[in-house]
Design a protein around this ligand. Structure first.
Ligand SMILES: [Zn+2]
Length: 584
């Protein structure tokens, strides 16, 4: 009898330990703790976990990625509510965490697996915060596994930065060239989180910190949210992480010079995940663990950061909800919108920084001078911190934007982002303000699959413009105003114009033959003394024009009714006066 009882206890113990073992992640099971799970291991782990905890955990698949697999979202809900509308009604917050946008920076992937298990197993899910984890965003890159980051200290194999189209997905949130970005937008606009976190690993300088942090730059962030994040949430995150043994510093952006000479706060423009989410008035952070620290330390610090962020969201859930609501309201009424920013080097703050002494020695590769950090010589000293940005371009919103339906990608993205749009019920000619594109710069080489425009100069011209039944009208009186205005105004650093959406208006469609136009031009000048004077004045100022027949013909053509009005005309119209429109 006794033997049977002993056997039974041993068997039960075996079953319990087998179950516990089954809940360990591939990272935890690896002996050297220098391993990140593959895509297949990530998905199968969550599926197994879901079988053990089917009540408080759901797996959702969204859209499709460029490699033909859907994006998997893990949602943890203490009250077992998985309906986003009901979650909003219950005044709960949603925290969205993104992992593996750069698969070579995988700490968040493995840390999120552990965190989900620990919260479910320990019955520790927050009461008022629903947690959403994107298991692995750049699936494409993750499948392309190897060692592509020579500076990084582990894990021993990991995915590649580019996706299946070789895009850096963390530059893709406005142009949305990848299907991954479209699936992300679907997730964001379905679950409508108040707080967002994107997990990364840094490169660049060496210093003592395991983790650095990027928060939405305060001068770019909605002021209501910036007041809370800079005075409360960020400070609390820094405080808690220090207590956890992972003291943080703001992200260090200096590669060829050491941080001693000062660091500049990172500006995540809308092409970045957190730049895009902050256009939606979502409080956003990026963790950047330090590439030279061991993988396990980087992973545990990411784990602790997520716990701290989750705990503060629970503590402040009511406040965060109120602030999000206020920010949405404020933006809906906002009149002027910043479109571009530049660091203000005239304003300097100080930061107490824990670095390593930098020096120069002879390179064994080139025999020339090279930078190195002496880890045996740590220091703590104040360094310069440039964390103020000034606005370099801005625009006042019109009464409405009218977007011709021809620009389908803009319409599709606005629909995906739940921008409220109406459609004209019949063809109509309206008095509009139209922008003529003047000078602008274009990158000589493609950047992320596009020839990015910048430094755009505009001439606004009031004119009647014909629109057609079904064209789209957008009133910028919405919580999404920043997304609307910053994408539609061509001077925006990440506007749709900058990302080549409207390049076809930059080319002329019609022309003339000189010998035929000669007679027409002569008649035009004869019938129109103002034009004659305009030409004479221009000739007086420009000897090149005065000496060229073809240039003078061209001058007359461009000032004639024959010249196409749509050339260089930005096609999205700005309605500047209150006008009754027939809409549906
Ligand atoms: Zn990254």
């Amino acid at each position: 009898m006794l033997t049977i009882k002993k056997l039974l206890i041993a068997f039960l113990a075996f079953c319990i330990s087998a179950q516990a073992k089954a809940q360990l992640t591939p990272f935890e099971l690896s002996k050297d703790k220098n391993y990140t799970a593959t895509y297949a291991e990530v998905i199968s782990y969550y599926q197994k976990l879901n079988k053990l905890y089917p009540q408080q955990m759901h797996l959702f698949n969204y859209g499709m990625t460029d490699v033909g697999k859907p994006l998997t979202l893990i949602v943890l809900s203490r009250d077992k509510v998985f309906d986003p509308a009901l979650i909003k009604k219950q005044n709960k917050r949603v925290l969205l965490i993104n992992n593996g946008i750069h698969p070579g920076e995988p700490e968040g992937i493995d840390a999120s697996m552990m965190l989900c298990r620990d919260l479910l197993k320990g019955n520790k899910l927050p009461k008022d915060v629903v947690l959403c984890f994107i298991a692995l965003y750049n699936i494409d890159g993750s499948l392309n596994r190897g060692v592509s980051r020579p500076n990084q200290n582990g894990p021993r194999a990991y995915g590649f930065r580019g996706n299946y189209r070789n895009l850096d997905l963390n530059r893709d949130f406005i142009k949305a060239d990848s299907r991954n970005a479209l699936a992300f937008m679907q997730i964001l606009n379905t679950w409508q989180p108040e707080v967002f976190l994107d997990n990364h690993t840094s490169d660049g300088a060496d210093y003592q910190y395991v983790m650095t942090l990027i928060e939405t730059q305060k001068d770019k962030q909605n002021p209501i949210l910036a007041n809370y994040t800079s005075k409360t949430l960020s400070l609390e995150l820094y405080r808690r992480m220090k207590k956890d043994g992972y003291e943080m510093t703001p992200y260090v952006e200096s590669e060829e010079t050491s941080p001693d000479s000062g660091i500049v706060a990172f500006l995540e423009t809308p092409r970045f995940a957190t730049g895009y989410t902050s256009q939606h008035n979502i409080i956003s952070y990026i963790t950047e663990t330090h590439m030279l620290k061991s993988f396990d330390k980087r992973l545990y610090s990411t784990y602790d950061f997520m716990v701290d962020l989750m705990d503060i969201c629970q503590r402040d859930h009511e406040l965060i909800g109120e602030l999000k609501h206020k920010a949405d309201e404020q933006v809906a009424h906002q009149k002027t919108f910043a479109l571009n920013w530049d660091v203000d080097m005239s304003r300097v703050d100080t930061l107490l920084f824990k670095g390593y002494t930098a020096g120069y020695k002879t390179s064994e590769v080139s025999g020339l001078k090279r930078l190195y950090y002496d880890e045996s010589k740590p220091y703590t000293k104040p360094i310069k911190y440039y964390d103020n940005y000034k606005v370099t371009a801005s625009a006042d919103k019109p009464i409405a934007y009218i977007i011709p339906q021809a620009w389908g990608k803009v319409i599709d993205l606005f629909k995906l982002n739940k921008v409220t749009m109406h459609r004209l019920t019949h063809d109509t000619t309206l008095d509009m303000q139209m922008y003529y594109i003047g000078d602008f710069k274009t990158a000589p080489r493609p950047y992320e699959g596009n020839y990015l425009h910048s430094d755009v100069h505009l001439t606004p011209v009031n004119m009647p413009v014909k629109f057609y039944e079904g064209d789209y009208v957008v009133y910028p009186d919405q919580s999404l105003n920043r997304y609307i205005v910053e994408t539609l105004e061509p001077q925006g650093v990440d506007s749709f114009f900058a990302w080549n959406f409207f390049d076809s208006v930059l080319g002329e469609k019609e022309y003339y033959s000189d010998y035929v136009f000669e007679d027409i031009a002569a008649k035009l000048l004869k019938d129109n003394p103002d034009l004659r004077k305009k030409l004479d004045d221009a000739k007086a100022k420009d000897p090149k024009l005065a000496g060229s027949t073809s240039a003078q013909l061209n001058f007359v053509y461009r000032n004639s009714p024959y010249f196409e009005k749509t050339y260089l005309r930005y096609p999205v119209g700005r309605l500047m006066a209150n006008t009754k429109l027939d809409l549906n």
